[in-house]
Design a protein around this ligand. Sequence first.
Ligand SMILES: *[C@@H]1O[C@H](CO)[C@@H](O)[C@H](O)[C@H]1NC(C)=O
Length: 327
Amino acid sequence: EKSRVSLDCICGHISILSSIYTKFLCVSPQTLLSEKVGQMMDWASKRAVIRLNGEKFRRFVRAPPRNYSVIIMFTALQPQRQCAVCRQADEEYQILANSWRYSSAFTNKVFFALVDFDEGSDVFQMLNMNSAPTFINFPPKGKPKRADTYELQVRGFAAEQIARWVADRTDVHIRVIRPPNYAGPLMLGLLLALIGSLAYLRRNNLEFLYNKNVWAFSALCFVLIMTSGQMWNHIRGPPYAHKNPSTGQVSYIHGSSQAQFVAETHIVLLFNAAVTLGMVLLHEAATSDMDIGKRKIMCVAGIGLVMLFFSWLLSIFRAKYHGYPYR
Ligand SMILES: *[C@@H]1O[C@H](CO)[C@@H](O)[C@H](O)[C@H]1NC(C)=O
């Protein structure tokens, strides 16, 4: 293999002298390219995501000639690395790679690969990379540009988002096909069955359906879930929190208004719920016919809850939306 590479370099010179020598003695760049493409196709036929170590990375991604793009996930999947985000991202990446591999549009234009830190730490060093997972597109010609690094923090690692970025960088449009997931429908069915049987058991006494509090509470839960950004999480699939690899500090709040962590939505949901509880207490204090002492306590507790949690909400907002004037 080594001699072939060095032959390659002198090939150009020899071919000027004699095209016959080129034909019989040298491996022309064209032959090398088709061998590389053939090898990549061979690997891709075995598994949708090709595993590269340092040597393979240099030969099939770094070194020219190349006429294919390689999307690489740099990751740390070994259990002792304790990278939970890596495993989640890997699942999505496999879904995307499989969608491409088994699509009728599959060509040798784009390959999906991964470099694990424990198999290719030299590659991490060479690229000066210190966080995982990272997705980089290596275009057929030239070095990766800025936009060839996927903005994981902003876009999350849902397969659909990565597919959009891949389409952007390589012009290959991949329709993500997820393996069917029966858990959702099953849960819904169970819930409906439960409600149905409850209603059947209490068919003579359906009073609870007219209970205002039950409806108010359900509506409130729905509103809290929707306003805290669970739907965004569902679509974008952001990480739960971010651990800074160099300082070991964990941040639960994303520093920009363009993105959020799952932990952040839980915090916001909790704070919104506390503000709401404070409001309900204030309302009860004003309208209920309990004795005056209890109502005073409710009033003070309500004001406390609203003030405390609303200020915390504001400071989270300030941290994300730089330049917001109020505190
Ligand atoms: C790249 O080059 C190889 C060898 O010439 C060829 O078989 C393959 O189709 C080319 N790929 C693309 C995407 O043009």
